[in-house]
Write a protein that binds this ligand. Structure first.
Ligand SMILES: Cc1cc2nc3c(=O)[nH]c(=O)nc-3n(C[C@H](O)[C@H](O)[C@H](O)COP(=O)(O)OP(=O)(O)OC[C@H]3O[C@@H](n4cnc5c(N)ncnc54)[C@H](O)[C@@H]3O)c2cc1C
Length: 339
């Protein structure tokens, strides 16, 4: 299937459950498409093919306790020792940490690099390697059905064949993985807006106040019309990004815009959906309270809204250009993908 199909699947999944969509975002968006773009033939055979068959699951390890938006602050290290690397450090807030078979781990290989971004490299780290431990984080606001956790590495031996791309390409690889992950988040958040809209329309017909159904009140209509507007706009933004991906065209700006808009709009839509449901919306009797809790996560992960605002301003003002991250994008090729 192509990128548009991936988006539509994510939209449909999140219209029902955000956690299921997160599995697609992490396993497909951040990990598998990264492997498709950057993996060697041998890595594709070893990791990507079983992932495509659904036999193995991949996760994405970028964030650390002190490095979220600021990727250059990554402290985990992969020190070269002959044909191996010795991996040490800890990843935090990793989706599927305790479920995945391997982690696409971004670590520092050159602490002396003048620009810290250039000192990062990416590795495929099997979760059953000696020295790897992982656990789930508890007490999350939303996404409670899913695993979000930590992964620690203590003197873990990683063969050179598990490095993706060249040494020093870790930042570029991570950012291109995010281009795909963010696309799936944008599509998913669009599905969440639709779920809020459908729940709100249903309830606006059911609930009566002052002798009429609440859908007749213009202030309720205003909330519903904003959801309609957000849904169509979010959908068109992610479909544009998906179309560009199919062509193999650089889409960092368009994907960032789609992700920022859809996630902010889904949080807003969920908040208004709770409002339309009144006190019942404030309880778990209706799904909208779950929509509200889940929608907040997407405003934070895969680039906070603030980071996307900075990116968009950077493009508009001419401070940002993607040439420094130039890379071959995996355009949709039906025959190659099917084989
Ligand atoms: C449910 C969930 C799942 C996740 N899954 C993964 C995963 O699978 N893999 C992974 O690697 N990570 C994952 N993350 C981590 C996520 O990507 C980070 O939380 C996110 O990048 C933000 O980093 P941070 O939490 O450290 O916040 P910080 O970077 O510390 O930011 C804190 C606040 O400061 C603001 N801020 C930071 N820098 C700037 C700036 N320059 N200008 C303006 N404001 C700024 C931010 O926008 C934010 O509001 C997940 C997080 C969550 C909540």
């Amino acid at each position: 299937m192509d990128y548009i199909a991936l988006g539509l699947i994510c939209e449909e999944l999140e219209a029902v459950d955000s956690t299921l969509r997160v599995v697609m975002s992490v396993h497909m968006g951040l990990n598998s498409l990264g492997l498709l773009q950057w993996g060697t033939e041998e890595q594709k055979q070893r990791f990507l093919i079983p992932q495509g068959r659904g036999e193995k699951v991949g996760c994405f390890g970028l964030t650390e306790a002190g490095a979220g938006s600021d990727v250059a602050a990554i402290l985990s290290t992969a020190r070269r020792q002959g044909s191996e690397y010795l991996l040490n450090g800890e990843k935090m807030w990793i989706s599927l940490a305790t479920k995945a078979h391997h982690c696409l781990w971004v670590a520092r290989t050159n602490p002396q690099a003048a620009d810290p971004h250039d000192g990062l490299s990416a590795f495929l780290v099997e979760m059953d390697r000696p020295g790897i431990t992982a656990g789930d984080l508890h007490g999350k606001l939303g996404m409670r059905a899913g695993s979000t956790g930590w992964i620690a590495a203590q003197d873990v031996r990683i063969p050179e064949e598990n490095r993706i791309g060249e040494e020093g390409e870790g930042f570029k690889i991570a950012m291109s993985c995010l281009d795909n992950g963010r696309y799936t988040v944008a599509a998913g958040a669009t599905g969440l807006i639709r779920a809020c809209l459908e729940a709100s329309v249903r309830y606006a017909h059911e609930r009566n106040a002052f002798g009429r159904e609440i859908g007749k009140f213009q202030l309720v209509q205003q909330k519903i019309s904003t959801m309609v507007q957000s849904y169509d706009a979010a959908r068109l933004l992610y479909l544009r990004a998906g179309w560009m991906k199919n062509q193999g065209t650089r889409n960092t700006r368009e994907t960032s815009l789609a992700k920022w808009f859809a996630t902010d709009a889904s949080f807003q839509a969920a908040s208004e959906a709770v409002q339309i449901h009144g006190a019942y919306g404030y309880s778990d009797e209706y799904d909208v309270e779950r929509y509200l809790r889940n929608s907040k996560g997407a405003v934070i992960y895969e680039g906070t809204s603030e980071i996307h605002q900075l990116m968009q301003a950077g493009y508009a003002l001419g401070y940002r250009e993607d040439a420094s991250l130039r890379c071959e994008l995996p355009a949709y090729e039906p025959e190659a993908w099917q084989s």
